[in-house]
Ligand binder design. Structure first.
Ligand SMILES: O=c1ccn([C@@H]2O[C@H](COP(=O)(O)O)[C@@H](O)[C@H]2O)c(=O)[nH]1
Length: 270
Protein backbone atom coordinates (compact mmCIF):
# COMPACT_ATOMS: atom_id res chain seq x y z
CA UNK A 1 0.00 0.00 0.00
CA UNK A 2 1.29 3.49 -0.81
CA UNK A 3 1.30 6.32 1.71
CA UNK A 4 -1.21 8.28 -0.38
CA UNK A 5 -3.62 5.27 -0.35
CA UNK A 6 -3.27 5.22 3.45
CA UNK A 7 -4.04 8.94 3.66
CA UNK A 8 -7.09 8.48 1.41
CA UNK A 9 -8.37 5.72 3.67
CA UNK A 10 -7.84 7.87 6.77
CA UNK A 11 -9.91 10.64 5.17
CA UNK A 12 -12.62 8.22 4.04
CA UNK A 13 -13.02 6.58 7.43
CA UNK A 14 -12.27 9.74 9.42
CA UNK A 15 -9.97 7.60 11.49
CA UNK A 16 -6.25 7.16 12.00
CA UNK A 17 -6.75 4.35 14.47
CA UNK A 18 -4.52 1.27 14.47
CA UNK A 19 -5.76 -1.68 16.51
CA UNK A 20 -3.10 -3.83 18.13
CA UNK A 21 -3.77 -7.56 17.91
CA UNK A 22 -1.72 -8.66 20.93
CA UNK A 23 -3.45 -11.94 21.70
CA UNK A 24 -2.80 -13.45 25.12
CA UNK A 25 -4.64 -16.75 25.67
CA UNK A 26 -5.00 -15.89 29.36
CA UNK A 27 -6.99 -12.79 28.46
CA UNK A 28 -9.35 -13.96 25.72
CA UNK A 29 -12.88 -15.21 26.49
CA UNK A 30 -12.91 -18.77 27.80
CA UNK A 31 -15.45 -20.03 25.25
CA UNK A 32 -12.90 -19.42 22.46
CA UNK A 33 -10.35 -21.77 24.00
CA UNK A 34 -12.22 -24.81 22.65
CA UNK A 35 -11.91 -23.50 19.06
CA UNK A 36 -9.38 -25.24 16.80
CA UNK A 37 -7.39 -21.99 16.52
CA UNK A 38 -8.42 -19.72 19.43
CA UNK A 39 -5.96 -16.94 18.47
CA UNK A 40 -7.30 -16.66 14.93
CA UNK A 41 -10.93 -17.02 16.11
CA UNK A 42 -10.35 -14.08 18.49
CA UNK A 43 -8.63 -11.94 15.81
CA UNK A 44 -11.30 -12.68 13.20
CA UNK A 45 -14.09 -11.65 15.57
CA UNK A 46 -12.22 -8.45 16.54
CA UNK A 47 -11.49 -7.59 12.88
CA UNK A 48 -15.08 -8.29 11.79
CA UNK A 49 -16.39 -6.01 14.53
CA UNK A 50 -13.89 -3.13 14.18
CA UNK A 51 -12.58 -2.90 10.59
CA UNK A 52 -14.84 0.02 9.63
CA UNK A 53 -13.46 2.15 12.47
CA UNK A 54 -9.73 1.72 11.95
CA UNK A 55 -7.22 2.02 9.11
CA UNK A 56 -4.55 -0.35 10.41
CA UNK A 57 -3.99 -3.50 12.46
CA UNK A 58 -0.77 -4.23 14.28
CA UNK A 59 -0.16 -7.75 15.52
CA UNK A 60 2.88 -7.72 17.79
CA UNK A 61 4.73 -10.88 16.73
CA UNK A 62 5.85 -11.65 20.31
CA UNK A 63 2.27 -12.66 21.13
CA UNK A 64 2.35 -15.24 18.32
CA UNK A 65 5.95 -16.43 18.67
CA UNK A 66 5.20 -17.21 22.33
CA UNK A 67 2.84 -20.00 21.15
CA UNK A 68 5.37 -21.60 18.77
CA UNK A 69 4.22 -23.05 15.47
CA UNK A 70 0.52 -22.65 16.38
CA UNK A 71 1.09 -18.98 17.08
CA UNK A 72 2.95 -18.40 13.82
CA UNK A 73 0.16 -20.21 11.90
CA UNK A 74 -2.41 -17.96 13.59
CA UNK A 75 -0.38 -14.89 12.55
CA UNK A 76 -0.29 -16.17 8.96
CA UNK A 77 -4.06 -16.78 8.98
CA UNK A 78 -4.64 -13.31 10.42
CA UNK A 79 -2.58 -11.46 7.78
CA UNK A 80 -4.13 -13.58 4.99
CA UNK A 81 -7.62 -12.81 6.30
CA UNK A 82 -6.85 -9.09 6.39
CA UNK A 83 -5.30 -9.07 2.91
CA UNK A 84 -8.21 -11.07 1.43
CA UNK A 85 -11.14 -9.34 3.13
CA UNK A 86 -9.77 -5.84 3.76
CA UNK A 87 -6.96 -5.04 1.31
CA UNK A 88 -7.55 -1.33 2.00
CA UNK A 89 -6.33 -1.75 5.58
CA UNK A 90 -2.68 -1.05 6.40
CA UNK A 91 -0.94 -3.93 8.18
CA UNK A 92 1.99 -3.67 10.58
CA UNK A 93 4.12 -6.56 11.79
CA UNK A 94 5.39 -5.22 15.09
CA UNK A 95 8.49 -7.41 15.13
CA UNK A 96 11.26 -4.91 16.00
CA UNK A 97 13.83 -6.62 13.77
CA UNK A 98 17.22 -5.51 12.40
CA UNK A 99 20.53 -7.37 12.01
CA UNK A 100 23.53 -7.46 9.70
CA UNK A 101 22.52 -6.81 6.10
CA UNK A 102 22.10 -10.33 4.75
CA UNK A 103 20.08 -11.36 7.82
CA UNK A 104 17.88 -8.25 7.57
CA UNK A 105 17.16 -9.21 3.97
CA UNK A 106 15.72 -12.50 5.23
CA UNK A 107 13.64 -10.71 7.89
CA UNK A 108 12.32 -8.39 5.18
CA UNK A 109 11.41 -11.35 2.95
CA UNK A 110 9.65 -13.06 5.89
CA UNK A 111 7.39 -10.08 6.64
CA UNK A 112 6.99 -8.44 3.21
CA UNK A 113 6.94 -11.49 0.91
CA UNK A 114 5.97 -14.60 2.86
CA UNK A 115 3.51 -12.92 5.23
CA UNK A 116 2.75 -9.94 2.92
CA UNK A 117 2.53 -7.25 5.59
CA UNK A 118 2.60 -3.62 4.44
CA UNK A 119 5.14 -2.68 7.08
CA UNK A 120 7.43 -3.95 9.81
CA UNK A 121 8.92 -2.26 12.86
CA UNK A 122 12.72 -2.26 13.10
CA UNK A 123 15.30 -1.18 15.68
CA UNK A 124 17.91 1.37 14.52
CA UNK A 125 20.76 0.30 16.83
CA UNK A 126 22.70 -1.63 14.14
CA UNK A 127 22.59 1.26 11.70
CA UNK A 128 22.24 1.86 7.98
CA UNK A 129 23.20 -1.58 6.59
CA UNK A 130 20.73 -3.26 8.95
CA UNK A 131 17.80 -1.12 7.73
CA UNK A 132 18.43 -0.58 4.01
CA UNK A 133 17.49 -4.19 3.08
CA UNK A 134 13.97 -3.44 4.40
CA UNK A 135 13.83 -0.08 2.60
CA UNK A 136 14.61 -1.73 -0.74
CA UNK A 137 11.05 -3.18 -0.94
CA UNK A 138 8.78 -1.04 -3.12
CA UNK A 139 5.47 0.04 -1.57
CA UNK A 140 6.47 -1.49 1.76
CA UNK A 141 7.15 0.59 4.85
CA UNK A 142 9.87 0.27 7.44
CA UNK A 143 8.89 1.71 10.80
CA UNK A 144 11.98 2.74 12.74
CA UNK A 145 11.92 2.96 16.54
CA UNK A 146 12.72 6.62 17.25
CA UNK A 147 11.42 7.53 20.71
CA UNK A 148 9.60 4.66 22.36
CA UNK A 149 6.72 4.84 24.83
CA UNK A 150 8.39 3.02 27.71
CA UNK A 151 10.39 4.38 30.66
CA UNK A 152 13.54 2.72 29.29
CA UNK A 153 13.47 5.22 26.40
CA UNK A 154 15.30 7.57 28.79
CA UNK A 155 18.19 5.10 29.22
CA UNK A 156 19.65 5.75 25.74
CA UNK A 157 17.24 7.47 23.34
CA UNK A 158 17.14 10.88 25.05
CA UNK A 159 20.84 10.85 26.06
CA UNK A 160 23.03 13.48 24.43
CA UNK A 161 25.80 12.05 22.26
CA UNK A 162 28.18 14.49 20.52
CA UNK A 163 25.86 17.39 21.35
CA UNK A 164 22.58 15.87 20.20
CA UNK A 165 19.98 13.52 21.66
CA UNK A 166 20.31 10.02 20.25
CA UNK A 167 16.71 9.85 18.99
CA UNK A 168 17.33 13.06 16.99
CA UNK A 169 20.44 11.50 15.49
CA UNK A 170 18.37 8.44 14.52
CA UNK A 171 15.83 10.69 12.78
CA UNK A 172 18.43 12.83 11.00
CA UNK A 173 20.74 10.03 9.93
CA UNK A 174 17.94 7.76 8.72
CA UNK A 175 16.79 10.50 6.32
CA UNK A 176 20.09 10.11 4.43
CA UNK A 177 19.59 6.37 3.77
CA UNK A 178 18.70 4.99 0.35
CA UNK A 179 14.90 4.72 -0.18
CA UNK A 180 14.31 6.72 3.01
CA UNK A 181 10.91 7.70 1.59
CA UNK A 182 9.83 4.21 2.74
CA UNK A 183 10.49 5.10 6.38
CA UNK A 184 7.94 5.73 9.09
CA UNK A 185 8.84 6.16 12.76
CA UNK A 186 7.62 4.94 16.15
CA UNK A 187 7.09 7.70 18.70
CA UNK A 188 5.33 6.84 21.95
CA UNK A 189 2.14 8.70 22.89
CA UNK A 190 3.69 9.10 26.33
CA UNK A 191 6.35 11.33 24.72
CA UNK A 192 3.95 13.86 23.12
CA UNK A 193 6.00 16.80 24.45
CA UNK A 194 8.86 15.76 22.14
CA UNK A 195 6.72 15.82 19.00
CA UNK A 196 7.34 19.50 18.24
CA UNK A 197 11.10 18.86 18.01
CA UNK A 198 10.53 15.62 16.11
CA UNK A 199 8.37 17.36 13.49
CA UNK A 200 11.18 19.93 12.90
CA UNK A 201 13.37 17.02 11.70
CA UNK A 202 10.76 14.87 9.95
CA UNK A 203 7.91 17.27 9.07
CA UNK A 204 6.03 14.90 6.77
CA UNK A 205 6.83 11.32 7.80
CA UNK A 206 4.13 9.03 9.16
CA UNK A 207 4.43 8.22 12.85
CA UNK A 208 3.16 5.05 14.47
CA UNK A 209 2.16 6.16 17.95
CA UNK A 210 1.60 3.43 20.55
CA UNK A 211 0.85 4.16 24.18
CA UNK A 212 -2.66 5.61 24.31
CA UNK A 213 -5.05 3.77 26.59
CA UNK A 214 -3.26 1.24 28.80
CA UNK A 215 0.02 3.22 28.90
CA UNK A 216 -1.65 6.55 29.66
CA UNK A 217 -0.74 8.58 26.53
CA UNK A 218 -3.13 11.33 25.47
CA UNK A 219 -4.63 11.42 21.95
CA UNK A 220 -5.30 15.18 21.95
CA UNK A 221 -1.70 16.01 22.89
CA UNK A 222 -0.28 13.71 20.22
CA UNK A 223 -2.49 15.33 17.56
CA UNK A 224 -1.72 18.86 18.74
CA UNK A 225 2.04 18.41 18.30
CA UNK A 226 2.34 15.56 15.81
CA UNK A 227 -0.33 15.98 13.14
CA UNK A 228 0.68 17.12 9.64
CA UNK A 229 -1.33 18.42 6.66
CA UNK A 230 -1.66 14.79 5.51
CA UNK A 231 -2.41 13.61 9.05
CA UNK A 232 0.89 11.72 9.41
CA UNK A 233 -0.26 9.71 12.43
CA UNK A 234 -1.36 6.17 13.15
CA UNK A 235 -2.46 5.93 16.76
CA UNK A 236 -2.28 2.42 18.17
CA UNK A 237 -4.29 0.96 20.99
CA UNK A 238 -4.07 -2.76 21.78
CA UNK A 239 -5.20 -3.87 25.26
CA UNK A 240 -7.52 -0.86 25.66
CA UNK A 241 -9.61 -2.13 22.72
CA UNK A 242 -9.27 -5.89 22.37
CA UNK A 243 -9.72 -6.73 26.05
CA UNK A 244 -12.69 -4.44 26.69
CA UNK A 245 -14.65 -7.54 27.83
CA UNK A 246 -13.79 -11.15 28.60
CA UNK A 247 -17.39 -12.27 28.03
CA UNK A 248 -19.23 -13.45 24.93
CA UNK A 249 -19.73 -9.75 24.07
CA UNK A 250 -15.94 -9.23 23.67
CA UNK A 251 -16.11 -8.22 19.99
CA UNK A 252 -18.90 -5.68 20.41
CA UNK A 253 -17.20 -4.31 23.52
CA UNK A 254 -13.99 -3.89 21.48
CA UNK A 255 -16.01 -2.17 18.76
CA UNK A 256 -17.39 0.22 21.39
CA UNK A 257 -13.88 1.18 22.53
CA UNK A 258 -12.68 1.56 18.94
CA UNK A 259 -15.68 3.76 18.16
CA UNK A 260 -14.88 6.06 21.10
CA UNK A 261 -11.41 6.68 19.67
CA UNK A 262 -12.66 6.94 16.08
CA UNK A 263 -15.24 9.57 17.07
CA UNK A 264 -12.56 11.58 18.88
CA UNK A 265 -10.40 11.34 15.75
CA UNK A 266 -13.27 12.36 13.44
CA UNK A 267 -13.77 15.45 15.58
CA UNK A 268 -10.05 16.31 15.42
CA UNK A 269 -10.05 15.84 11.63
CA UNK A 270 -13.04 18.12 11.19
O1 LIG B 1 7.40 2.35 21.86
C1 LIG B 1 6.66 1.37 21.72
C2 LIG B 1 6.77 0.50 20.65
C3 LIG B 1 5.86 -0.52 20.54
N1 LIG B 1 4.89 -0.71 21.46
C4 LIG B 1 3.95 -1.82 21.23
O2 LIG B 1 2.64 -1.27 20.99
C5 LIG B 1 1.64 -2.03 21.64
C6 LIG B 1 0.99 -1.19 22.74
O3 LIG B 1 0.03 -1.95 23.41
P1 LIG B 1 -1.03 -1.32 24.48
O4 LIG B 1 -1.74 -2.52 24.98
O5 LIG B 1 -1.94 -0.39 23.73
O6 LIG B 1 -0.24 -0.63 25.51
C7 LIG B 1 2.35 -3.28 22.18
O7 LIG B 1 2.35 -4.25 21.15
C8 LIG B 1 3.76 -2.78 22.40
O8 LIG B 1 4.73 -3.81 22.35
C9 LIG B 1 4.79 0.15 22.52
O9 LIG B 1 3.91 0.04 23.38
N2 LIG B 1 5.68 1.17 22.61
Amino acid sequence: MTTSQLVQEIKRKKSFLCIGLDVDLNKIPEHLLSEEDPIFAFNKAIIDATHHMCVAYKPNTAFYEAYGLKGWKALEKTINYLNDKHPEIFTIADAKRGDIGNTSTMYAKAFFEDLAFDSVTVAPYMGKDSIEPFLAFENKHTILLALTSNQGAFDFQTKTVEGKELYKQVLETSKTWENSENLMYVVGATKAEYLGDIRKIIPDSFLLVPGVGAQGGNLQDVCKYGMTDSIGLLINSSRGIIYASKGTDFASAAAGKAEELQKEMAQILS
